[in-house]
Design a protein around this ligand. Structure first.
Ligand code: SIN
Length: 288
């Protein structure tokens, strides 16, 4: 059966409606999905997926090793309390309370970031499944960092080419997490790599900006006062409306995005309405 595909915006995102991801895909279909995902700028939406948590994980494993899987790296310990107790590959994002405790990280990701960019090997794909969503609100926005790079003048591209940025979990720890929950070991060297500012995607060979305000502190060798204005200029460019796709969730959506070339922002505008998402996170390569 041919895959039914619809563009979600002129440059970023595609939607697939006629696949049941609960079935085993096989190598050929997996390769086809991967190619559609890359061609769609790294943003793929699957609608109406009735998936168990095991099926979500099994689908995700087609795209590489997962954070939290046996023998693989875990996400930062600060979010350990939000990992599914039975499925260590699942990071839960939710404002729902069970037995007096939040079942996931409440309003996670309400800032522009690229998942786990503070590791030597950051996330490639993130695969988020919508268990429960508000009637309106709780959208996720995606910014296309390859298009942002392409929009730069050639002299600016050349100036950025040799630069590296310091990605540091402490930046998010200070601005996004209450001090009580931050695990201090997370603030040490394993979560503070330098990555190239201009990243060449290992599969598409496209160049993109690999920086994000969530985790980047400064450019290597620059004073913070020197880095700040240039980073702000690049973030303003990258988040121009024409480089953004805004996903309005429906329950049972599964969205797969490419952290190598996109930033995302989860809009926390839904008050007390319940929102419950489960995420698997594929471990990527060292940015080059
Ligand atoms: C995340 O940053 O992974 C959370 C995204 C979302 O909840 O929409």
């Amino acid at each position: 059966m041919a895959i039914t595909l619809k563009k979600l915006s002129p440059n970023l995102g595609a939607e697939i409606t006629n696949l049941n991801l609960g079935n085993s895909l096989g190598a050929e279909l997996t390769a086809e999905i991967r190619q559609i995902w890359l061609d769609a700028g790294g943003l793929l939406v699957f609608r109406d997926q009735v998936l168990t948590t095991s099926q979500h994980i099994a689908f995700s494993c087609n795209f590489g090793p997962l954070f939290g899987a046996p023998g693989e790296d875990r996400l930062q310990d600060t979010v350990g309390r939000y990992i599914h107790p039975k499925y260590p590959e699942i990071y839960r994002v939710s404002n729902k309370i069970k037995n007096g405790q939040l079942i996931g990280r409440e309003r996670a990701g309400a800032y522009w970031h690229s998942d786990v960019s503070f590791r030597q090997r950051p996330a490639a794909a993130s695969i988020l499944y919508a268990h429960e969503v508000p009637a309106v609100g709780g959208d996720t926005m995606f910014a296309d960092m390859a298009r942002a790079y392409d929009a730069l003048s050639e002299p600016m591209q050349q100036m950025l080419a040799p630069l590296r940025a310091h990605h540091d979990f402490s930046v998010a720890a200070a601005s996004q997490y209450s001090a009580q929950i931050v695990v201090t070991d997370d603030l040490e060297s394993g979560n503070q790599p330098f990555h190239p500012v201009v990243r060449t995607h290992a599969e598409t060979v496209c160049k993109s900006l690999f920086i994000n305000p969530g985790f980047v502190s400064h450019f290597d060798g620059f004073e913070r006062a020197e880095s700040g204005p240039l980073l702000d200029f690049l973030y303003t460019l990258a988040t121009r409306p024409e480089f953004i796709y805004r996903h309005r969730w429906q329950e049972r959506d599964l969205v797969m995005w490419d952290n190598r070339s996109l930033m995302h922002y989860a809009v926390a505008d839904y008050g007390e309405e319940p929102r419950y998402m489960g995420r698997t996170t594929v471990i990527g390569d060292t940015p080059a």
